[in-house]
Design a protein around this ligand. Structure first.
Ligand SMILES: Cc1cc2nc3c(=O)[nH]c(=O)nc-3n(C[C@H](O)[C@H](O)[C@H](O)COP(=O)(O)OP(=O)(O)OC[C@H]3O[C@@H](n4cnc5c(N)ncnc54)[C@H](O)[C@@H]3O)c2cc1C
Length: 417
């Protein structure tokens, strides 16, 4: 085990903490930082050392961060690290394969700034690692240490490390991603299914500028997204392919892989080149049956993992983070136990409906658009055309994409705690 900056203790000792966050990824790392900003101390445990997540080969994805997500990143000190490398999303164009009908979201229709920002995940991880290092008094990092179990009594929860050692806490937060060991240890069930699809992720260079436009094309195997990255001449691709065919595409030599991309992009970006590695992600939908069990709370993909068709998985996780910061800071100011049931029940009620709704919408969109059945294709093209022509309907969907509707936590509305 390496001693990370702000390192708490050796894993073989028994450690006590008020709040333990397991999983220092995009969601867990953001939560630790947000709490630290408000004087609440946490211990952050991850099976990876902070330096391990920042290479281009580690993740390869870029995330569409909604306008409200950007406000949270700003409030917790990450945005100054990201602003110069984030690409504002000015327009979104959704088209159905070769159909001429498309849906066009233009940020000028709302007059509220960009629809969101494209941020490379490695830059987000780098920013989180830098800010955590700057908070040694408020964030203790235990890494790399994998967590394997959890036991709970009325007064405390104990997290067990895979290679020995334990940590006692008043509140344990699982932010371990979709294969959460704590969720399993606590016996929280998950409902969901795998999609017969794999997301192929790659970064491309192109001769023509993307002009801040995000494109999503619905092809029979699934959505093909071309997402603008900082600099004008790079884009992040999320190419959803039938699971059985993805491995063949991933194994193609570079020139043939680029030719396949070219065929799907359609030439409007000029000559294409491949930058960096190709990675793949199996896709699925998964909901935990509950987000709170005694002194354990689930957030981010540990609580809900959804299809990336609308680029909303991380945005939901950030909403969990902002809601939980608000509740835990309230508890701290009132001198309450961080696992006080009133606050945790509020968290569950606050976040569950929003997460279920978005998961359901992405599931329906994926089913309706990822096929080539003529009557469905005609109906969905009419649907796109109708939404595009009715301004109030279009604005309604735009505000959803920007994450500015619903019961937003204060930090996502630009309001201080
Ligand atoms: C192809 C694709 C594209 C996407 N694009 C977007 C997008 O544009 N916009 C958007 O909002 N969302 C997007 N998403 C969703 C988004 O990537 C996820 O929702 C987000 O990464 C979840 O973050 P997390 O921190 O909850 O989990 P993770 O990123 O999985 O992090 C989990 C952390 O926990 C640690 N960990 C795991 N198990 C243990 C253990 N047992 N002990 C200790 N540590 C552990 C891991 O090392 C890791 O650091 C996309 C997803 C995919 C697949």
């Amino acid at each position: 085990m390496t001693k990370a900056p702000g390192f708490a203790s050796d894993a073989t000792e028994r450690i006590c903490a008020d709040i333990v966050i397991v999983g220092g990824g995009l969601v867990g790392g953001s939560l630790a930082l947000g709490l630290a900003r408000h004087g609440v101390k946490t211990t952050l445990v991850d099976r990876l050392a902070p330096s391990q997540g920042i290479g281009p080969d580690f993740d390869g994805r870029a995330s569409a961060i909604s306008a409200s997500g950007q406000k949270l990143l700003d409030a917790i000190g990450l945005w100054p690290h990201l602003a110069a490398r984030a690409e504002p999303i000015l327009d979104i164009r959704v088209s159905d394969g070769p159909s001429l009908l498309f849906l066009h979201y233009d940020h000028r229709d709302l007059g509220e700034g960009p629809l969101g920002y494209m941020v490379e995940n490695r830059h987000l991880r780098e920013a989180i690692a830098a800010e955590i290092t700057a908070q040694p008094a408020l964030i203790d990092v235990i890494a790399p240490v994998a967590v394997s179990g959890l036991t709970q009594t009325a007064d405390s929860a104990t997290v067990q490390f895979k290679d020995g050692g334990e940590i006692d806490a008043k509140l344990v937060i699982a932010a371990e991603g979709k294969n959460s060991s704590l969720r399993e240890a606590a016996g929280v069930n998950v409902t969901g299914w795998s999609y017969p699809q794999t997301a192929i992720v790659a970064t491309i260079g192109h001769a023509t500028s993307h002009q801040g436009i995000a494109h999503e094309r619905f092809l029979p195997a699934g959505p093909f997204a071309i997402l603008p990255l900082y600099g004008g001449h790079r884009s992040s691709l999320v190419w959803t392919e039938a699971a059985g065919r993805a491995a063949d595409y991933l194994a193609l030599p570079d020139d043939r892989f680029v030719a396949e991309i070219n065929e799907r992009v359609g030439g409007f970006l000029g000559e294409l080149s491949l930058i960096g590695p190709r990675l793949s992600y199996p896709l699925g939908l998964q909901f935990a049956s509950g987000y709170v069990k005694a002194r354990l709370v689930l957030i981010g993909d540990s609580a809900h993992a959804i299809h990336p068709i609308a680029g909303q998985g991380l945005n939901l996780g950030l909403r969990d983070v902002a809601a939980l910061i608000e509740i835990l800071v309230d508890n701290a100011q009132l001198g309450l136990d961080p696992a006080h049931p009133t606050g945790l029940d509020r968290f569950e009620r606050w976040r569950r409906a929003d997460n279920l709704l978005m998961g359901g919408v992405t599931d329906i969109l994926n089913r309706v658009f990822s096929n080539d059945i003529a009557p469905i294709r005609i109906a969905r093209d009419m649907g796109l055309g109708i939404v595009n022509r009715i301004p109030p309907l279009k604005l309604f969907f735009m505000r959803h994409a920007m994450g500015t509707v619903g019961d937003l936590p204060k930090l996502m509305r630009g309001v201080g705690l």
